[in-house]
Ligand binder design. Structure first.
Ligand code: PLP
Length: 513
């Protein structure tokens, strides 16, 4: 059924859809564990991992996937990653401890991001790979490391496109200083290779970064160094929308409304990053990622198959393979795409002086929205048990409203802050929700749950529950109680040992240092 109103239908994984469609499954989960709740689907994570692996396996024999822990704090995902035999990328002592607690040996842990003195002290000599962000960090590791510590180190580099400045990584122009240190401190440091991480979805930018790293590999040989790893980071995209045309139609209607045409569609004076001037809407909205239709696996395939001009048009996968480099990846959002939803309960529905309808839920914006973004997929309302009246003593509750038919609403959070709106754009629902109805926010596992979540007004952080499907039906457990189960026909992969040092086959012959 196509809606006569602008809508933003969410793509849902079939397993998540099946759980939401199981009569009373969501309601019983909230009755047992409380509302609101984040529901994690580790089996969807496993499927995402298998899809990425298949792209790598078919092109490159040597690769390593490091799950970027910062995308979600759930232990269930960390356990699933450990069980699947991949590595993990941690960015704090807390994530490091979580990884070790979930069974990762340090040789399967890579540490990225800015690291302070105390963290570095813990890292040298523990066996984990340090993805070095800057020259201070490299010098400090050398000072802290024992004479024969051989700390495995990746060097993060940045500044591939002219005029593009990143706060992370060693600028390409500063590499000689790093090479001097690396070549004279071989007993303290084992130089594995180069790393980068780009947040952009642009293929060309990534290809240029890979090309620059390959050139850096060649330069490193001049110092007698033998890099064997190329770490291309994360940034592989998610697909949120189930219908790109309806998404575009919604955005068109929203832009019209910002020009004062048609029904108002934005709360307060929000323009979503658009700039309105001269009777037109300009710029890129903050929510552009919700329009993406290329899945992470497609992005990865395009990258591996991209031709490298400097290498006679051979593909990235070919050149990396021929030079015996091991390709490392640090996917975060690509692994948790569709592997989580957030469920809240409608407390009351109220009407404002201008007729605006607010649906208040028992959740705040920061628990379902990453930082300042606007989430452009429609929440799904599941009718509650019998439409309970609004809580007594709430002067703004309006349970007299009982119209039927489609309605445009804004979802409002539970904090006493004007800005605690969960949607700043209007959402059309088939009918007006009632107190006790359940609201499902789709695809929240990547950054939506944890990146900004605070405990304002002393509300505790929203609980995480792991949902898995078994032959007997769905099972829900607390996040920390989840254990991956082994399907009888699918043994877990053997743990990949840390890449051994091996003689390089230089891109061009190494000169004596
Ligand atoms: C955040 C981060 C990632 C993961 O990024 P995604 O976009 O979630 O894939 C990987 N590597 C580094 C260094 C990061 O900071």
């Amino acid at each position: 059924m196509t809606s006569p109103f602008p809508t933003l239908p969410a793509k849902l994984h079939s397993l998540v859809r099946a759980f939401l469609d199981t009569p009373d499954a969501v309601a019983e989960t909230l009755t047992r564990y409380g509302s609101p709740a984040h529901l994690i689907f580790p089996q969807v994570y496993s499927e995402n991992l298998a899809t990425l692996r298949a792209e790598l396996d078919s092109r490159l024999p040597r690769h390593r996937i490091c799950y970027a822990h910062k995308v979600n704090q759930a232990r269930a995902f960390v356990r699933t990653a450990e069980h699947a035999g991949i590595a993990i990328d941690v960015a704090s002592p807390y994530e490091f401890a979580r990884a070790v607690g979930a069974g990762f040996t340090p040789t399967r842990i890579e540490v990225t991001g800015p690291k302070g003195e105390a963290f570095l002290r813990d890292l040298v000599g523990c066996g984990a790979t340090v993805n070095v962000d800057n020259l201070w960090e490299l010098r400090r590791i050398i000072e802290l490391a024992e004479e024969s510590a051989r700390v495995p180190v990746l060097l993060r580099v940045s500044g591939f496109d002219a005029g593009q400045v990143s706060r992370f990584g060693v600028p390409l122009a500063h590499l000689p200083q790093a090479f001097d240190l690396l070549s004279t401190q071989r007993s303290r440091i084992t130089f594995l290779g180069f790393a980068f991480h780009l947040d952009s979805g642009d293929l060309g930018e990534r290809v240029r970064a890979i090309d620059a790293c390959l050139a850096a590999v060649e330069r490193a040989y001049d110092w007698g160094l033998a890099p064997s790893v190329l770490d291309i980071g994360g940034g592989f995209r998610q697909v949120f929308t189930a219908d790109a045309e309806r998404f575009d139609a919604y955005v068109l209607a929203l832009r019209e409304s910002l020009l004062g045409r048609g029904e108002p569609m934005s709360w307060s004076s929000n323009t979503f990053g658009y700039h309105i001037a001269g009777g037109a809407v300009h710029g890129t909205p903050v929510f552009h990622k919700y329009a993406n239709t290329v899945p992470a696996s497609g992005m990865l395939a395009d990258l591996l198959d991209a031709p490298l001009e400097r290498h006679g048009g051979r593909t990235v996968a070919n050149v990396v393979g021929e030079n015996l480099l091991e390709l490392w990846l640090e996917p975060g959002k690509a692994l948790v795409d569709h592997a989580g939803v957030t469920v809240a309960t409608v407390e009351f529905v109220k009407e404002l002086a201008d007729g605006t309808v607010l649906v208040n839920v028992d959740l705040s914006r920061d628990s379902v929205t990453p930082a300042d973004q606007e989430v452009m997929v429609d929440p799904i309302v599941l009718p509650g048990a019998g439409g309970e009246p609004a809580p007594a003593g709430c002067p703004t509750a309006s349970h007299a409203i009982a119209e039927s038919g489609p309605v445009g609403v804004y979802f409002a959070g539970r904090l006493c802050l004007e800005r605690d709106l969960i949607t700043n754009h209007k959402v059309w629902l088939p009918e007006r929700p009632r107190p006790g109805d359940l609201v499902v926010f789709p695809n929240t596992a990547a950054y939506h749950m944890d990146l900004s979540a605070a405990s304002a007004s002393m509300h505790p952080l929203t609980a995480k529950l792991a949902v898995s499907r078994h032959s007997s039906g769905f099972q829900v457990v607390g996040d920390t109680d989840y254990e991956p189960h082994v399907p009888a026909d699918l043994p877990p992969r053997p743990v990949v040992p840390h890449s051994p040092r091996r003689p390089p086959r230089p891109v061009r012959p190494a000169e004596a240092p």
